[in-house]
Design a protein around this ligand. Structure first.
Ligand code: T5A
Length: 216
């Protein structure tokens, strides 16, 4: 039986997705589980180019519809060039953002029609749905504090401010309530504590793929 699984981490800026992907990757490598990690937008040559366009124009005047289509353009390549080949090879895919980001940011955040966003996303993904989407839930202010400590530059979306990101966070909460393949994990506390929560969730959800509960 294939151990291939498509796992996505989601959440507001600074929730700890990148940190947790790194910790999960080290855990899987130690357990000999073949996997790939990737981020969105990005993950492919054309996707990284699109990321550059989107995130470099910090103060740029980009219509929400343009933003949506660029995100989906990157996703179409990501699905076909990274996710599907890795799953076909029996590997786990750990993705830093996927379609919940589009629903939360362009749908709930920007106010684009969610049904239209979902239809366009389904075209871009060719109907591929992750096995599990984990939303790392963190108060927007705490995420911003983490980023400030890191000294990271604010990207074009981050400059939208707290009200925008509050809508995004509420969007994530609504999505988790609606979608059977989504779970919420508390992202407060130190990175190791959050990592243990994720290991427990993955081990309990897919015991044939992931090596047991945290601490075991
Ligand atoms: N976007 C993306 C859309 O609008 N639509 C879409 O469809 C898609 C795919 C991407 C932007 O694009 C938007 C969303 C975004 O605005 P990004 O850079 O990929 O931008 O995403 P960010 O969320 O901005 O990335 P961050 O790196 O800031 O957030 P992470 O990955 O959640 O956080 P991480 O792990 O880098 O941690 C941030 C800092 O906090 C520390 C880390 O060391 C780091 O310094 N940290 C912790 N500190 C304390 N306790 C913990 N538990 C910590 N975990 C991490």
């Amino acid at each position: 039986m294939s151990r291939a699984r498509f796992i996505v981490l989601e959440g507001v800026e600074g929730a700890g997705k990148t940190t947790q992907i790194r910790l999960l990757s080290a855990w899987l490598a130690g357990a000999g589980v073949e996997h790939v990690t990737a981020r969105e937008p990005g993950g492919t040559e054309v996707g990284e180019a699109i990321r550059g366009v989107l995130l470099a124009h910090r103060e740029g005047d980009v219509p929400p519809e343009t933003e949506l289509l660029l995100m989906l353009g990157a996703r179409a390549a990501f699905v076909r060039q990274v996710v599907r080949p890795a799953l076909a090879a029996g590997k786990v895919v750990l993705a830093d953002r996927f379609d919940f980001s589009t629903f939360a940011y362009q749908g709930y955040g920007r106010g684009l029609d969610l049904d239209a966003v979902r239809r366009l996303n389904a075209f871009a993904t060719d109907g591929l749905v992750p096995d599990l989407v984990v939303v790392l839930d963190l108060p927007v202010g705490e995420g911003a504090e983490r980023q400030a400590r890191e000294g990271s530059e604010r990207d074009r979306i981050e400059v939208e401010g707290a009200a925008f990101l509050e809508r995004v966070r509420e969007g994530y909460r609504a999505l988790v309530a609606q979608e059977g393949h989504a779970r919420m994990v508390d992202a407060r506390g130190d990175a190791e504590a959050v990592h243990r929560r994720l290991r427990t969730l993955l081990g309990d959800t897919f015991p044939e793929t992931f090596p047991g509960r945290a601490g075991s």
